[in-house]
Design a protein around this ligand. Structure first.
Ligand SMILES: O=C(O)CCC(=O)C(=O)O
Length: 141
């Protein structure tokens, strides 16, 4: 996992403050293109690497206070296909979204407050995957 962003785009989770690394030129270029496509502005990106099907992400929502009330998050998948599973907090309704190389998942509105998501482990042989979630962090007041 690593965190890149504008100066001051500090992200706090699991009790730890993460200072952003300066934008790598490839990430900066992707940000510009995804901003133009989505019509939203981002000041940081969280990068997660899944080395194999054994690497996973547990149930959570991207609902940290510094992401604001209805965060808009653009998630770019690169490499191996993995399932992105979302579950409604109230009804338990669950949806599986396969994310393939080059897919861009846009999450906005009430998604983070009403749903949780995860990337489950898989026993299916699968290669590496990198996921980039472009976010807008607003400093805590
Ligand atoms: O890898 C993914 O597609 C999801 C990543 C994720 O849940 C997150 O960064 O909060």
């Amino acid at each position: 996992m690593c965190w890149y962003g504008d100066p001051g785009a500090t992200y706090r989770y699991s009790g730890v403050s993460h200072q952003p690394s300066p934008w790598h030129e490839v990430l900066a270029d992707l940000r510009t293109r995804i901003e133009a496509f989505s019509g939203h502005v981002f000041n940081a990106v969280l990068c997660n690497r899944y080395r194999s099907g054994r690497d996973s992400m547990g149930w959570h929502a991207d609902d940290e206070p510094e992401l604001g009330e209805r965060p808009f998050i653009a998630s770019l998948s690169l490499g191996a296909e993995r399932l992105f599973r979302i579950r409604h907090r109230g009804t338990g309704r669950t949806l599986d979204v396969p994310l393939r190389d080059g897919d861009l998942l846009l999450m906005g509105g009430e998604l983070q407050s009403h749903w949780r998501h995860c990337v489950p482990r898989t026993a299916r042989p699968c290669g590496e995957r990198i996921n980039l979630t472009f976010r807008r962090v607003v400093p805590r007041s």
